[in-house]
Design a protein around this ligand. Structure first.
Ligand code: HEM
Length: 185
């Protein structure tokens, strides 16, 4: 059995927990700010080969987000991260049960001054050629996600992320934003 090189994604493998998440989400009359705790589990699943040319190393993950006060699950997400060792391209593809699926592409940002820190940036637009956003006709009409961008920063057993979803909802453009800090268990 050959060993898979997960490149920068190797930094993510494991179970992470955090209780410092903040979510800013749209409301009819403005916005709602929800503190949350969450668990994200990244599992190495090996390689996939495309068109006999491209080999991607992949992780599968699940993210469960709960209201800090009530413990109610209010966001559930699952998907894949992949890395192409030839091009350095990273993809993040995921589904949420609202009827939205995202394929975001990006890369690792190199910073020679911070060799122990891995920063991965990915993004997608609903009109994208490289990646994109698929959503139901209901969501296109009523709560349209037009763009997604995300930065993941990993330093040892600490993971920080920021993500922005641009939404057209309630007759306005809204920046739906999440940020969180997690620790590997
Ligand atoms: C930590 C991650 C996330 C949390 C905690 C979260 C939370 C929320 C909350 C509380 C709402 C308002 C729901 C309501 O008013 O009933 C919302 C709306 C929405 N979210 Fe998220 N969200 C997250 C990530 C995402 C992602 C990654 C996407 C898509 C790429 C997304 C797309 C949407 C859309 C389209 C809406 C509008 C639906 C509506 O309010 O009727 N969210 N989210």
């Amino acid at each position: 059995m050959s060993t898979v090189n997960y490149g920068p994604l190797a930094e993510l493998i494991g179970t992470w927990k955090g209780n410092k998440g903040t979510d800013i989400a749209p409301e009819v009359s403005g916005e709602k700010n929800s503190p949350y705790f969450e668990t994200i589990t990244f599992e190495a699943i090996g390689t996939v080969k495309n068109a006999n040319i491209q080999t991607l190393a992949a992780l599968h993950y699940q993210q469960i987000v709960q209201h800090r006060e009530s413990g109610d699950v209010f966001h559930h997400q699952c998907g894949y991260w992949s890395w192409d060792s030839k091009t350095g391209v990273v993809t993040h593809s995921f589904n949420i049960p609202r009827g939205v699926a995202v394929l975001a592409c990006g890369k690792v940002l190199d910073d020679d001054d911070l060799p122990d820190v891995t920063v991965i940036q990915v993004s997608a637009e609903d009109t994208g050629f490289d990646g994109g956003i698929a959503q139901t006709s209901f969501m296109q009409k009523n709560a349209h996600t037009t763009a997604f961008s995300q930065t993941m920063t990993i330093e040892g057993d600490s993971l920080t992320y920021q993500q922005t979803m641009m939404l057209d909802i309630y007759s306005k453009t809204f920046e739906h934003v999440d940020s969180s800090i997690l620790v590997r268990q």
